[in-house]
Design a protein around this ligand. Structure first.
Ligand code: KG4
Ligand code: ZN
Length: 354
């Protein structure tokens, strides 16, 4: 059972061939970061054009690496939302053409669902129906902290395809906050990995940023626009005091401290809400998904807190944290089992919900 999946929701052109839902035969990701860097963020028009250039070679590479001819595929899966509309269209057109030409089903996958399914590609996930487990493994239900450039949510994953969003950001996504803070500090794009690296050498307690929306009344919801503004204000105040015009005047040591303090505040807020939700709902397994789940402090802190709380913890490997097509293929495998196929008139949906 072989599924080819295509993912082009944002600025990564990706294709993957997955065998029997878990064996990754190929996972090709062509990132466009270089082309967007100088603009300090993704330019949707450039992203769409680059996808057009890259889509055929990326699919061909995934097929070659998997060493399987097109006509031996059992289905073609594709992300149809949420994402940038111009980017989604490119992947969707390629997937439709391919599915039609080899006369195999098309499976439209929600990008957020794909991120959640990255957890099923980790070796310690146990499908409930499988009797092969020799050691205890994680399984349904679990809570997933989905943190990416466009989303921040806590999802109660009850079973395959059964989700309930129990918390979400009321403004900026966590990844967006990382990217914006990096921009304020003139660090480059994308901000997440740069702040992650610099934060390791800074003091997380040097600048006091208030943990956002931790009061009970906010439940499991998040907010990150306040802390972003707090960083902007801190930088402006410090620069003014030193009578310098911009953050370029801050020394490297000071910048590392700001990164460390900002990151620590965001990570502790995210993890503590997730743990609280697990306690309240009596759910024993928590997991991470989305680009921000590549963050080293988030991975470490969640692992430590789960050990303290006696919770199981699923963390996708780095290559499946950020956008990729293997996670889309994995979600599609279970849709295939449920015969959830899509019509060739499937439309891209920029604001598709989980
Ligand atoms: O899931 P993703 O690849 O694309 C979206 O679906 O949005 O997530 C991209 C986001 C960006 O905001 C990026 O800065 C952030 O993930 N990110 C990180 C790290 N690596 C990527 N944030 C914090 N720490 C990282 N190591
Ligand atoms: Zn994503």
């Amino acid at each position: 059972m072989h599924i080819l999946a295509i993912e082009t929701s944002c600025d990564e052109t990706a294709a993957s061939v997955l065998k029997n839902g878990s064996e990754i035969l190929s996972n090709v990701v062509a990132t466009q970061t270089e082309f967007h860097k100088k603009y300090g963020g993704i330019v949707p028009e450039i992203a769409a054009r680059k996808h057009v250039e890259l889509i055929s070679p990326v699919i061909q590479e995934a097929i070659d690496k998997a060493n399987i001819p097109f006509d031996k595929l059992d289905a073609v899966a594709v992300t149809y939302g949420p994402g940038l509309i111009g980017s989604l269209i490119v992947g969707l057109c390629a997937a439709k053409a391919l599915a039609w030409s080899i006369k195999k089903p098309l499976i439209g996958v929600n990008h957020l669902e794909g991120h959640i399914y990255a957890n099923l590609l980790t070796s310690n996930f146990q499908h409930p129906a499988s009797k092969l487990a020799s050691s205890p493994k994680s399984s349904f239900p679990f809570l997933c902290l989905l943190v990416s450039g466009g989303h921040t949510m806590i999802v109660h994953v009850k079973n395959h395809g059964k989700y309930e969003t129990i918390g979400r950001t009321r403004d900026d996504a966590a990844g967006e906050a990382f990217d914006k803070v990096a921009r304020v500090l003139n660090l480059g794009y994308p901000g997440g990995p740069i702040i992650d690296r610099l934060a390791k050498e800074g003091n997380p307690l040097s600048v006091k940023f208030k943990k956002p929306m931790v009061e009970d009344q906010y439940g499991y919801d998040f907010s990150f626009s306040g802390i972003k503004t707090a960083v902007v204000n801190y930088v402006t105040r410090t620069a003014k005091r030193a009578s310098f015009p911009t953050s370029q005047s801050l020394d490297a040591h000071h910048i590392r401290d700001i990164c460390s303090s900002f990151q620590n505040t965001v990570i502790v807020t995210l993890v503590e809400k997730l743990i609280q939700a697990a306690r309240d709902l009596h759910i024993n397994t928590v997991s991470l998904a989305g680009g921000v789940s590549a963050n080293s402090q988030l991975r470490e802190y969640l692992t430590i807190r789960c050990a303290e709380e006696g919770l199981s913890c699923l963390i996708p490997s780095f290559e499946f944290s950020t956008d990729n097509a293997a996670m889309i293929a994995c979600a599609a495998y279970y849709k295939f089992q449920r015969k959830e196929f899509s019509a060739l008139r499937l439309k891209p949906l920029a604001s598709l919900k989980l």
